[in-house]
Design a protein around this ligand. Structure first.
Ligand code: FRU
Length: 510
């Protein structure tokens, strides 16, 4: 089979390109890994019991704080007020091995088993807003619900102080198994009892934290009770529902029923400004603090285990400025969000620019390597050319020198042999060949090459040169010289002499 030899140039360039290609690939791998900023390393599961406006605020605060922690990602699941669904969602977070769990439990006792399972599975658990029973959780952040109840009591007392007969108070309660509902009720009842004096009559209906449920429950209650003086609802949504129920009842058409809510979120403040409800107690959501605590736990930083947030009463005098302030904060936050989006965009642009810059550098480097490989290649080609063309020429010169040295030696030897036998009539081509240890043909070829003449012409020339010497330096006559140097006759000698020297031989007087 015929073998195709790879041209050395091809294999050299080929190898260089493999090296270059690997270099470029490596650079790009490094480039792209370096360009991925702070990859998320922590997965956080958030289990929310509800999805109302208060929780939207909490989620928003969490999202904002999360921008400061690109190492964390959130997965949020909402239980829509169902304990079973919330437990199942927490169990799925456990199965997914999230790095941290944030739970706002629907009802303390019912959701506790799932929270305990997560905690025992080694997942740090932050309980937010509503508590779970027991203490198998990592941190708690939530409002002071007992104090909220105490604020309700204070407000009722301020109204009671204007009346001599005990006021009829209707409490619209949240879900009974949730800690804010029980603690707010407890705080209210205990504070009222502590105060002494005329004690209002308190009755409760179940609003389950929803406006619609509260509307229904209050409407039903008012149908049979036309003497309700005050309503305290455990959140703003239920307070608005209760207000609608009061306004829908004809028996209350001419009666003003003051209503208090809880939360102090925008819709509650607006309801105070609109005169729908009378006042509210703030109940901070602090989703930002929840995320900051999560970051501390995940980074093994110190953190506060039990954080109870303060509350305060907002009446008509405070609601309007607070609402404006809240709107301003919302606008600021929106601006902040725009800035964050722009910063993220600019960051992406910086990344793209960086990619281009590094690609440029890589490309330059590539060109540099290409130039170097071209120089190396050109060098090699030159070397090849030198070895292919100049070396043979040098060898030719060398052998020519060697040859001429041999010729010179031969010329010397030839002259010596011929000179010694100029007077020998037996000096022929054969005898010369014998003396020079060569064949006849070699003698012809080599004498011709060193003298430019045939051997006989050379011998005759040497005899004529010797004749001239003899005539000049001795007393010998022309005839004697012709005889001495084996010319067949003096006449033939004279003819040859004239041909060679241009004049006839003659005796020069000394
Ligand atoms: C929101 C909410 C708030 C209330 C809190 C109690 O879901 O009902 O209105 O203050 O939960 O946990």
């Amino acid at each position: 089979m015929k073998k195709f030899a790879v041209h050395p140039l091809f294999s050299f360039v080929h190898k260089s390109y493999i090296v270059l290609l690997s270099f470029v690939l490596l650079s790009f791998v490094l480039l792209f890994t370096a360009c991925t900023p702070n990859k998320p390393q922590y997965r956080i599961g958030v289990s929310q019991c509800l999805d109302d406006a208060w929780r939207e605020k909490m989620n928003y605060e969490m999202g904002r704080e999360l921008l400061l922690h690109p190492e964390m990602t959130l997965t949020r699941r909402i239980a829509y007020g169902s304990n079973e669904l919330q437990c199942a969602q927490i169990d799925s977070f456990i199965a997914e091995r999230v790095d941290l769990l944030i739970v706002s439990p629907n009802e303390a006792e019912e959701v506790k088993p799932a929270v305990t399972r997560a905690y025992r599975a080694g997942i740090p658990v932050i309980v937010a807003d509503r508590r779970v029973t027991g203490d198998e959780w990592t941190a708690f952040i939530g409002g002071d619900n007992y104090r909220v109840g105490a604020l309700m009591a204070q407000w009722i007392e301020s109204l009671q102080s204007q009346s001599s007969k005990p006021l009829h108070v209707l409490e619209v309660a949240g879900l009974p198994g949730s800690t804010p509902a029980t603690l707010r009720h407890k705080g209210m009842m205990e504070s009222m009892a502590e105060h002494g004096g005329v004690q209002p009559v308190v009755q409760s209906v179940q609003g389950a934290w929803y406006k619609e449920t509260a509307y229904k429950a209050v409407s039903e209650f008012l149908r049979t009770h036309e003497d309700v003086d005050v309503i305290v609802a455990q959140n703003d949504l239920m307070a608005i529902g209760a207000s609608e129920a009061v306004h829908a009842n004809k028996a209350y058409a001419s009666k003003h029923v003051p209503i208090m809510g809880v939360d102090g979120i925008q819709l509650g403040l607006q309801a105070i400004v609109d005169g729908t409800i009378t006042c509210t107690a703030t109940y901070a959501s602090r989703g930002d603090m929840v995320i900051a605590t999560a970051a501390d736990i995940l980074h093994n930083e110190p953190f506060v285990r039990d954080t109870v947030l303060e509350t305060t009463l907002i009446d008509a005098s405070l609601a309007y400025p607070m609402l404006r302030q809240d709107e301003a904060i919302t606008r600021d936050l929106e601006t902040l969000h725009i800035i964050q989006v722009q910063t993220a965009r600019q960051w992406r642009q910086v990344q793209i620019d960086r990619i281009f810059l590094i690609s440029g550098i890589v490309l330059l480097f590539l060109l540099f390597l290409l130039a170097i490989s071209y120089i190396i290649f050109a060098q090699r080609r030159m070397q090849n050319e030198i070895s292919k063309e100049i070396i043979p020429q040098l060898e030719d010169v060398q052998s020519a020198i060697q040859l001429s040295q041999r010729d010179m030696l031969f010329a010397e030897r030839l002259k010596q042999v011929v000179d010694e036998h100029l007077s020998d009539p037996e000096l022929t081509v054969e005898s010369l060949a014998n003396m020079l240890l060569l064949s006849r043909t070699q003698v012809f070829r080599r004498v011709k090459s060193v003298t430019g003449k045939g051997p006989l012409d050379y011998i005759r020339e040497q005899r004529l040169i010797r004749a001239e010497q003899l005539l000049r330096t001795t007393d010998m006559t022309v005839q004697q010289v012709a005889l001495e140097l084996c010319f067949s006759s003096p006449g033939y000698f004279s003819k040859c002499y004239k041909e060679y020297f241009g004049h006839l031989p003659s005796k020069v007087s000394r």
